[in-house]
Design a protein around this ligand. Structure first.
Ligand SMILES: [Fe+2]
Length: 212
């Protein structure tokens, strides 16, 4: 079964009042994410991906280094966006985190304010395109990290992402022009679905159910 574009869990206008306008979501989901899925499906036969889960494809492409890059660019971006849509919500944002997630952020990252600052800095300092992440590291502790382009912490072997912010310009240019720090502030304070993030933490990460 080919990879497919997952439906947004809300309408394209649902996040407009929270700083992500309808045009951003229409282009980002309907054009950019869709293009990654189409390109990835074009590689399935040539790269012998048939039958593999998206998570396996991403991990194997990451381990293959430069040779795996053509697949990683598309498969990583498909996975990254699949997570991204899920971790935002029309009822997202705020500083009232669910108890288990709040406790884990306190113990591993020094509290919510310190986490937000670290996450924002990861996104701001990612030179060029890429992603900022909150992950469950290989030691089981929460960690903030960043990756370039279509890579992610599964492809680098760092751990399992439970929150990701797209810092490609296509994610924020219509809403925040060139001001990436404001986009990241807005993401953290108005968009993050903390209950979804806690659920992913308890499950040990996202399994998309997508396969070639
Ligand atoms: Fe994107």
């Amino acid at each position: 079964m080919p990879f497919s574009l997952p439906a947004l869990p809300y309408s394209t206008s649902a996040l407009a009042a929270q700083g992500m306008c309808q045009e951003t979501l229409e282009l980002h989901h309907g054009k950019h994410h869709n293009a990654y899925v189409t390109a990835l499906n074009g590689l399935v036969e040539a790269k012998a991906l048939a039958g593999k889960s998206l998570e396996t494809v991403v991990a194997e492409a990451g381990r293959a280094g430069t040779e795996g890059l053509p697949v990683l660019n598309q498969a990583g971006q498909h996975w990254n966006h699949a997570l991204f849509w899920q971790v935002m919500s029309p009822s997202g944002g705020g500083d009232s985190l669910p108890a288990k997630l709040a406790a884990k952020i306190d113990s591993d990252l020094g509290g919510l304010a310190a986490f937000k600052e670290a996450f924002k800095q990861a996104g701001v300092t990612q030179f060029g395109s890429g992603w900022a992440w909150l992950i469950i590291g290989t030691d089981g502790k929460l960690k903030v990290t960043k990756t370039p382009n279509g890579a992610n912490p599964i492809s680098t072997g760092e751990g399992q992402p439970i929150l990701g912010a797209d810092v490609w310009e296509h994610a924020y240019y219509l809403d925040f022009r060139n001001v990436r720090p404001n986009y990241l502030d807005n993401f953290l304070n108005k968009l993050v679905a903390w209950d979804v993030v806690e659920g992913l933490m308890e499950k040990g990460g996202l399994v998309t159910g997508q396969a070639a």
